[in-house]
Design a binder for this molecule. Structure first.
Ligand SMILES: Cc1ncc(COP(=O)(O)O)c(C=O)c1O
Length: 461
């Protein structure tokens, strides 16, 4: 490595420590560690300022789909840049925003007809919540206020206050309780740690019974049931049994409660279909998307809804039924252009068809991890996987948070050339959809070695 390169990294390191505040990061520790400063990417790899290559094992926090610096996505952004970087959707429109809305409706679950843009997963959720509340006010004002939400425990829908209100991850959310609106909660279908102490399939999804009870008793006040379809991602990739989502849809319809599907993590091919809802033929009333929408290039989000909900907002200006919500960068042309290119790559490269054998390869490779003494559970849906590390495999006793097992395994994997981001003691593997078998094999091998090395350390057992 040249001295110039080394000096530059040192300077950037000092500036980072002096000026930056990183998300979800204890900065006291950060300031003492050597930061990894990523400068380039190519396919499944990220390169640091010194030219060292790493595999991107979590798709840069679940956003990248076709690899870094994909020629079509790069071209689309450059072309758009030569026309226009940004103009507002407040009172104006722009071609990429229009074309993308049309494309999204083409690929979305049947029945979703309208697209409302925002900038990230949390705002896509905020939009859905606000639309649901206003919808009930305008459609059936005589029925009384219908503005409560039902959600699952351990849910994660983002970090803005509305999204936190319908979330339930104690470590992230407890500090903000005073700011949150009241909600109703139900147990998730966490089969490995079943809250009802039952086993699938003999349980016959008994965890749906309390949900039905809540819907039956409280539907008059419930605006919506928000759910991460098929996979509760940030909770540790908790995978719902087949048929669970469909049943949730049926219950919401029966009790006249809107179903809000948060497809921020699961959308755009992650689960093996374009949207998780499509595995069970489900059309939600509102659907929040972001992350993979731009193939991991730009912050963009879209909340999709039905014509029924859209129509409830129509009227003269004086009716004040307008949806008073928007952001400076709503419908940003650069984001929309690259999102269009992302969907075009899905078509041209047959991404979803190519993905099916890779999902099987991933499942086969992950099998080998069962033999490790501290792997309690392995969950996979499509190209999203989680490995739950436990202190005691027999009882499933978790490691204490302070043991920071996920953090330690991540550090070990980084030394071996694989970048990961754990969820507590749960390791996540979520590579770009374009990752080939050889690269996937390498990723799982590093993960295997890293878990084995760290969990065999005598001080931790
Ligand atoms: C299901 C789900 N919803 C919402 C969000 C929030 O998205 P963002 O981080 O873009 O605000 C996330 C982020 O991980 C998510 O997994």
């Amino acid at each position: 490595m040249t001295t110039a390169k080394k000096n530059r990294t040192t300077t950037l390191t000092n500036w980072d420590r002096t000026y930056l505040w990183h998300p979800f990061t204890q900065m006291q520790e950060w300031e003492q560690e050597e930061p990894l400063i990523i400068e380039r990417g190519k396919g499944p790899y990220l390169m640091d300022t010194e030219g060292k290559r790493y595999l991107d094992g979590t798709s840069s926090i679940w956003v990248n789909l076709h690899g870094h610096r994909h020629p079509s996505l790069n071209r689309a952004m450059k072309n758009q840049l030569d026309r226009l970087a940004h103009s507002t959707l407040l009172g104006l429109s722009n071609p990429p925003a229009i074309q993308l809305a049309r494309e999204l409706i083409r690929i979305a679950p049947k029945g979703l007809k309208r697209v409302f843009y925002s900038d990230n997963g949390s705002t896509a959720v905020e939009v859905a919540l606000k639309m649901a509340v206003q919808y009930w006010q305008q459609r059936r004002p005589e029925a009384g206020p219908k503005h409560t939400f039902l959600h699952l425990k351990l849910a994660y829908h983002g970090d803005t206050i509305g999204a936190v209100s319908v979330g339930n991850i104690e470590l992230f959310h407890s500090r903000f309780k005073a700011l949150l609106f009241p909600t109703l909660e139900a147990d998730p279908p966490y089969c490995y740690r079943c809250p009802l102490n039952l086993a699938y399939p003999s349980c016959q999804m008994a965890c749906l019974d309390p949900i039905e009870r809540i819907l039956k008793e409280r539907h008059r006040e419930l605006a919506g049931f928000i759910i991460e379809p098929l996979v509760q991602a940030a909770a540790g990739m908790i995978t719902a049994p087949p048929g669970y989502l469909k049943k949730v849809r049926e219950l919401c319809t029966r009790y006249d409660v809107l179903l809000i599907a948060d497809e921020v993590a699961t959308g755009f091919g992650r689960t093996g279909k374009m949207f998780a809802c499509q595995h069970e033929g489900v059309t939600p009333d509102l659907m929040a998307t972001s992350k993979g929408l731009t193939g991991g290039y730009m912050p963009l989000a879209a909340t999709l809804t039905t014509e029924e909900i859209y129509n409830a907002f129509l009227g003269t200006y004086e009716d004040f039924k307008t949806f008073f919500h928007g952001h400076s960068y709503t419908g940003n042309p650069l984001g929309c252009a690259v999102a269009l290119a992302n969907l075009e790559v899905f078509r041209k490269e047959k991404t979803l068809a190519q993905l099916q054998p890779k999902i099987k390869t991933m499942a086969r490779l992950l099998e080998s991890l069962w033999q490790l003494p501290h792997v309690g559970d392995i969950r996979q849906r499509g190209f999203m996987a989680a490995i739950e590390l436990v202190a005691d495999k027999k009882t499933g006793k978790p490691y204490p948070l302070e043991a920071r097992m996920g953090h330690r395994v991540t550090a070990e994997a980084r030394r071996r050339g694989l970048l990961l981001r754990p969820l507590g003691h749960i390791m996540v593997l979520m590579p770009p959809l374009s990752t080939d078998d050889r690269t996937l094999t390498r990723m799982v091998a590093i993960l295997h070695q890293s878990i084995a090395t760290v969990t065999s350390h005598p001080a931790l057992n």
